[in-house]
Structure formats: structure tokens, C-alpha cells
Design a protein around this ligand. Structure first.
Ligand code: DOR
Ligand code: ZN
Length: 423
């Protein structure tokens, strides 16, 4: 038994990797045939620790038309992800230990990626009453967030941060000031004027980032900022980190690869919250990743149905189905373009998010967890959302030519995904 990955590229060197159970037991030249051992011929492929997504929407329970735990975790492994943390904006909301347990059970049945539920901060995501953090943690929740909705009052956020500290749980903040958003549907700026659409100013995100920083600083607690999209938000986090505030942050592939130019033609696929911003913001987000201000990349995979998107821009749902294009977009825009090394990108997509949440992740070393992905870095292809495993085909990156294709994903020593074009 076991699995042998032959002739993979590991940080520039060719080697074989032998896996037994869920662990790597040898790395080097493995010549002898091991009885019953599976083999992956990895010539020309690069081996990486499989990615960890700390921000995914799996939609189940309640919105199975958009995604299920089975389809979402299949999409995850197809994207090279071994682990996903799923957000609580389900129906019913994941605000109690029973739903947490339900998600964990369904994920076990699906048997693809590891699924870690995130519990709601407030009952029903209403921002009024604290949800049962301790009980949800005992049931397996790894973090708390009202993602999809901001925690409206600073007092509620203060309480949540204090509780989260006591339970040693990460608190993830979706930063959005609803008053400043108003009826806005896209980034406020030149393009919103051009398209005649109501805008969402950067300040709608920034004032909440500033609030979370001030609260975390006052309380000495840590806080994690979800999906950072603005240049000014990056700067707030940079300054907070410089004075020792325990703030961490993520951004998403769509803020690295796209701007609000993609909204042209009222393309609802490009409607997302926070909205795609301007080139200066995209550059600042990338600079934030490069200098460590932004700690990691999360997908904010937000699958929606055709009907959710096939309507007037003002009424379309927010979100991008992103877990199957995350690696290729990041590789193309960050590594192939010469901004950072593959090793740095790998850290942003695996080790750092796993450490922020406190969950296991693959490590290519003897004794390391065999959560691995094999990618073809030279494969150039055109993104086609209609081919996604996810039920959500909603991507604004259709037609984008990218490099970097996931060929295999191994979770706990078992092959969970193999691309159709490998034998
Ligand atoms: O665009 C988004 N979609 N942003 C969010 O915060 C929530 C998400 C969703 O659940 O669809
Ligand atoms: Zn969010």
C-alpha cells in the first residue's frame, strides 16, 4: 500500500516522494517496486503542499442550488486545495453546534477536501445576540465570522473579540459599512460614473478595517481582516502591524487579477463584495502581499446559480466562483509576471492561512502530512467557467489565458483529484 510520486519537481530538484498512510515517509530516489503501491508519474510536474482556503462558501445547508458540500469540496480538490474553511452564511445560519456537526458529517461523506466550518459571530448573522462560540468550537468550528454581513456595532465586535480571545478562536471580519455602501453596486470611481451605476467607496471598507484595528489594539486581541481590496485598507493594516497590533489579513485572487474594468457591459460576473477596485488598488494589494502586510490569499469562493447572475446588474448576487481558478490566476499574475517566487506564493496559499486558523497542512518533508498538489506550471490554457466542478459557473475570468494547471491533488495520502488529461 501507499503512494509513490515519481520524478516530481520539488523546489527546482527532481525527486520521488513515498507516502504511507497520511505521511511522507521518504523523499529522494525510490527505485525498488513496492508491492501494491500506487504510482503517479510526475515528469514535468511541480509538487507543492496542497492549498488551504480559509474563506470558502459551500452553501450547504440551505442553498444547495448554488453549491453543496460535495460539489464544493470536489471543486476544492480540482483547484489544488486540500482544506477549506467554510463561511456560516448558510440557511439556517451556522450559528450553533448542530449545523457545525452537520457540515462536518456531510464533508466526511463527500470524502474530498478537509472541511472546517466557521461559526457565526451573531445569531442569524443579525449582529444582535452572540452565537454559542464555545459550543461551536467544541463541535469543530475553527473560527468565527459573520461573513457576508458586517458586525454593525463596535460594541458587538468588542464583545466578540473578547469572547474569541477566551475561546482562543480566530475572529474574521467582513469589513463593510452599510451606510457608506448605500445602494452602491460596484466600486465608486471613474467607471461607476461611466457606467451610471451607484458606487461603493473604498471608505466603506476602510472605516471598518480601522475600527477592527482600534478594537484589537485596545483589547490586545488578534483579528483577521477578510478580502482586503483597497489601497487605503492595505496601508491601514501596514501601519497597525508596524506598531504591533495583532492583525492579519487576506486578499483574494480576483483583487490580484482584476479591476472594475471587468464590470464593462454590466457584466454581473464581476459583481462581488467588496467590489473589484481600480488599478492602483490592485497594485497596492499585490505590494501588500509582497511585503507581508497581507498575510495570505483566500478565495472567497462564492458560487451562485445562473438565475442569481442573469439579471440586471443592480439585482445580481455578489460573488465569484473562484476556487478552481485561484492557483492559475495567482501563478500567472504574481509568479509568471516576476513579482514573487513560487515558494512565496505557496506560503501565501498554504502554510500562512493554515497557521492563522490553526489547522493541519501539507509539508514536503519526511514525516510531513501528505496533503499535496501536482501542478503543470507550463500549461497555458483559457479559463472556461462552464467546465467547473463547482455548481457556480460564475467567473469574470472566462476567456483569460493563464498558466499553471492543477493535475493531481492528494489529501491525507489519497488521490482525491486527477485532471482528465492525465492517464
Ligand atoms: O461577494 C461576496 N459573496 N461577498 C461576500 O461577502 C459574501 C459572498 C457570498 O456569500 O455570496
Ligand atoms: Zn465577506
Amino acid at each position: 500500500m501507499g503512494l509513490c510520486i515519481k520524478n516530481a519537481n520539488i523546489l527546482g530538484k527532481k525527486a520521488d516522494v513515498l507516502i504511507e498512510g497520511d505521511r511522507i515517509v521518504a523523499i529522494g530516489k525510490i527505485d525498488e517496486y513496492i508491492d501494491g503501491c500506487g504510482v503517479i508519474q510526475a515528469d514535468g510536474l511541480t509538487l507543492l503542499p496542497a492549498f488551504v482556503d480559509m474563506h470558502t462558501h459551500l452553501r450547504e445547508p440551505g442553498f444547495e442550488g448554488k453549491e453543496t458540500i460535495a460539489t464544493g469540496s470536489m471543486a476544492a480538490v480540482a483547484g489544488g486545495y486540500a482544506s477549506v474553511c467554510c463561511m456560516p452564511n448558510t440557511k439556517p445560519v451556522t450559528d450553533n453546534p448542530y449545523i457545525v456537526k452537520y457540515i462536518i458529517d456531510r464533508a466526511k461523506e463527500a470524502d474530498k477536501a478537509r472541511v472546517y466550518p466557521i461559526g457565526a459571530i451573531s445569531v442569524g448573522l443579525k449582529g444582535e445576540t452572540m452565537a454559542e462560540m464555545g459550543k461551536m468550537k467544541s463541535a469543530g468550528a475553527v473560527a468565527m465570522s459573520d461573513d457576508g454581513q458586517p458586525v454593525t456595532t463596535a460594541q458587538m465586535m468588542r464583545l466578540a473579540l473578547e469572547y474569541a480571545k477566551d475561546f482562543n478562536l480566530l475572529l474574521i471580519s467582513h469589513c463593510e459599512d452599510k451606510g457608506l455602501v448605500g445602494e452602491g453596486v460596484m466600486n465608486e470611481g471613474y467607471n461607476s460614473t461611466r457606467f451610471g451605476l451607484k458606487g461603493i467607496p473604498s471608505a466603506a471598507e476602510d472605516v471598518m478595517i480601522a475600527r477592527e484595528i482600534i478594537l484589537a489594539e485596545m483589547l490586545g486581541t488578534r483579528v483577521h481582516i477578510a478580502h482586503v481590496s483597497t489601497a487605503s485598507g492595505v496601508q491601514l493594516i501596514r501601519e497597525a502591524k508596524a506598531r504591533g497590533v495583532k492583525v492579519t489579513a487576506e486578499t483574494c485572487p480576483h483583487y490580484i487579477a482584476g479591476t472594475d474594468d471587468l464590470v464593462a457591459g454590466y457584466n454581473t460576473m464581476a459583481k462581488v463584495n467588496p467590489p473589484l477596485r481600480e488599478e492602483k488598488d490592485r497594485q497596492a494589494v499585490i505590494a501588500g502581499l509582497a511585503d507581508g502586510t497581507i498575510d495570505c490569499i483566500a478565495t472567497d469562493h462564492a458560487p451562485h446559480t445562473k438565475e442569481d447572475k442573469n439579471c440586471e446588474f443592480n439585482f445580481a448576487a455578489n460573488g465569484i466562483s473562484g476556487i478552481e481558478t485561484a492557483f492559475a490566476l495567482c501563478y500567472t499574475y504574481l509568479v509568471d509576471s516576476g513579482i514573487m517566487s513560487l515558494d512565496k506564493l505557496s506560503g501565501l496559499m498554504t502554510k500562512t492561512p493554515a497557521e492563522i486558523v490553526g489547522i493541519p497542512y501539507g509539508q514536503i518533508e519526511v514525516g510531513g502530512l501528505a496533503d499535496l498538489t501536482l501542478v503543470d506550471l507550463d500549461a497555458k490554457y483559457t479559463i472556461d467557467g462552464s467546465k467547473f466542478y463547482s455548481k457556480g459557473k460564475n467567473t469574470p475570468f472566462d476567456g483569460f489565458v493563464v498558466k499553471g494547471k492543477v493535475k493531481y491533488t492528494v489529501v491525507g495520502g489519497k488521490i482525491k483529484y486527477q485532471s482528465e488529461d492525465v492517464q
